[in-house]
Design a binder for this molecule. Structure first.
Ligand code: NAP
Ligand code: COA
Length: 274
């Protein structure tokens, strides 16, 4: 029988799915007929995204939760489970980022990003597991090149995203016997996103980032969504514990030497030091 990318009757949950890359992932699944739920901290963004997904013909719902609050996630995921049933796909992509050199970063600033990216991913995994379809579910954590490439001004993100990928790999071990696959995706520079707006703040910075992409173009949220579709489909049924780069080859050039640029940007943005 031909392999189908039809996700009709499949349930997809995208945590942090109300803007940028993660919203693009939700849209890709909605366009394939999935029932899609999204979550983030802001009710207005949740409502807007649910409307967008419904306009694509999907059955959609959403809830507000901060991934740093496990009880809120638990309640929101329970509401999704009550309405849609077991989850076939869970994407965990909530994250925070700002450029800051270690010496200018407060302990709380470091903690804020680790709490959202790393602890938040753990919370999503914990709250999702009992509601996953077993066997068959596919869990995808959204990582970043900072997980394996050190970058100036990114100590908090590097530490957090490296941890995210180790969550992926550890859960691939622990959940494999339940028939649950767990993978990470590392997006490259995805145009029009908050991440790009925060880290590539000038035309010069955008040009430098682009120069480091062997495929010669910025990525789109749909590029990342299509990779999620592949991992979640039958085509990805023997893939677990992997960290998949969807970056046009960017990491092969050390992200075009963006580290030096980010270090300089962080120094410029730092509060005045005596
Ligand atoms: P974005 O638009 O800011 O997306 C972040 C999403 O997470 C939003 O829906 C945001 O909504 C939600 N969120 C943030 N903090 C949250 C919290 N504490 N609890 C719950 N939800 C929270 O960013 P993006 O640039 O598209 O990035 C998306 C993902 O891709 C991130 O994991 C990022 O690390 C990764 N990534 C991005 C790029 C890039 O080029 N942009 C490159 C590599 C990796 P609310 O603010 O409403 O909560
Ligand atoms: N430089 C240095 N420190 C910063 C900072 C910056 N640009 N922005 C925030 N911080 C510090 C704050 O000063 C605070 O530390 P302090 O208490 O010692 O002063 C700490 O980080 C927490 O800040 P706060 O604003 O209370 O955090 P929050 O929980 O409301 O927001 C952020 C979290 C800071 C990550 C916020 O940028 C966010 O919500 N980001 C989500 C969207 C995003 O980053 N998208 C891109 C994804 S790639």
């Amino acid at each position: 029988m031909p392999i189908s990318l039809d996700f009709g009757e499949k349930v997809v949950v995208v945590v942090g799915g109300t803007s940028g890359i993660n919203c693009g992932i939700a849209e890709v699944f909605a366009a394939q007929g999935a029932k899609v739920a999204v979550a983030s901290r802001n009710q207005g963004k949740v409502d807007k995204t649910v409307n967008l997904l419904e306009d694509l013909g999907a059955e959609a719902m959403g809830f507000t939760a901060d991934v740093r609050e496990p009880e809120a996630l638990e309640a929101g995921l329970e509401a999704v489970h009550q309405r849609f049933g077991d989850f076939d796909v869970v994407v965990s992509g909530a994250a925070g980022n700002f450029p800051a050199l270690a010496n200018d970063l407060s302990c709380n600033g470091f903690k804020a990003v680790v709490d959202i990216d790393l602890l938040g991913t753990f919370h999503v995994m914990k709250a999702a597991f009992s509601r996953l379809r077993k066997p068959g579910a596919s869990v995808i954590n959204i990582s970043a090149p900072q997980a394996f490439l050190p970058m100036k001004g990114q100590i908090h993100v590097c530490a957090a995203k490296a941890g995210v990928d180790m969550i992926t790999r550890t859960l691939a071990l622990e959940w494999g016997s339940s028939g649950v696959r767990v993978n990470s995706i590392v997006p490259g520079p995805i145009d029009g996103t908050e991440g790009m707006a925060r880290l590539a703040t000038s035309d010069d910075a955008r040009r430098k980032a682009l120069d480091g992409v062997p495929l010669g173009r910025f990525g789109t949220p749909a590029d990342v969504g299509n990779a999620c579709l592949f991992l979640a489909s039958e085509l990805g049924s023997y893939i677990t514990g992997t960290v998949l780069l969807v970056d046009g080859g960017w990491a092969q050039t050390n992200c075009g030497g963006v580290s030096e640029y980010l270090g300089a940007l962080a120094a410029r943005q730092a509060p005045h030091r005596d």
